[in-house]
Design a protein around this ligand. Structure first.
Ligand code: HEM
Length: 216
């Protein structure tokens, strides 16, 4: 609620004094019939963008660092050939995506899936991280390998609601990983990898904290 009222305040301020940004553009935007988005729609859009864009990327970065540091041979390969960073981001998304269960759908008719009948109107939550480790899709889904031929995954969902921010997220993760590895010549986990505690969330996958040791 605090976030929504913050957004409403922000929208009011930008309505009076537009700035060069997405919110001001959305406030000024008009439908074909001349109508505009309401304050409720604008604030909900702003809050979703903030939450969807922040928690996900932050945790993806932590997950990527965790998995690279827990697999030193993969980290060494990336340090040897920094052009692998894009592949490392894709493998990080596949191996431990940060949005675990963001995709919710309602069945529009009775369907059979995996021997279960899902009735029309029932809610289905997709476990994206489980799908990304499907043994029917690849033989070794539980190994973290930035050199795999195809790291095809569904970490950004699928269909008409496919993540709006996936290009931004990929770019943020690529830039951050590149900078971190360049800036710190040594980087290691300060606790054993299996002692890292994970967020008690069924939506976001990421560590509670990621203790690191490094030298510049
Ligand atoms: C690693 C980062 C990210 C992950 C793993 C992620 C994942 C997802 C997933 C799984 C969905 C649901 C897709 C579906 O229902 O089929 C989604 C939707 C969405 N994401 Fe992301 N996301 C990330 C970053 C971002 C960023 C940076 C933004 C914006 C700044 C963003 C904005 C959105 C929005 C607005 C939607 C709703 C799209 C719709 O319903 O049409 N996401 N994201």
């Amino acid at each position: 609620m605090e976030l929504f009222s913050y957004c409403i305040g922000l929208i009011g301020a930008k309505r009076e004094r537009p700035t060069e940004d997405l919110l001001s553009e959305l406030i000024a935007a008009r439908f074909d019939d001349g109508s505009a988005l309401s304050d409720a729609e604008l604030s909900s859009f702003a809050a979703v963008l903030l939450i969807a864009g922040h928690d996900t990327v932050t945790n993806l970065l932590a997950n990527a660092l965790h998995d690279l540091l827990a697999h030193p041979e993969q980290l060494a390969a990336l340090r040897r050939d920094p052009s692998l960073v894009g592949a490392a981001v894709e493998e990080a998304l596949r191996f431990r995506g940060s949005a675990m269960t963001t995709v919710n759908r309602v069945a529009t008719e009775d369907i059979e899936a995996g021997g279960v009948t899902i009735r029309k109107g029932e809610l289905v939550r997709f476990l994206l991280n489980a799908a990304n480790r499907d043994t029917e899709v690849r033989a070794d889904p539980h190994s973290f390998d930035i050199g795999r031929a195809t790291a095809q995954h569904v970490a950004f969902g699928m269909g008409p609601h496919f993540c709006l921010g996936q290009r931004l997220a990929r770019q943020e993760a690529t830039i951050a990983l590149t900078e971190i590895l360049q800036r710190f010549s040594t980087l290691e986990l300060a606790v054993p990898a299996d002692e890292v505690r994970w967020l008690p969330s069924d939506a976001i996958r990421g560590p509670v904290e990621l203790p690191l040791r490094y030298a510049r």
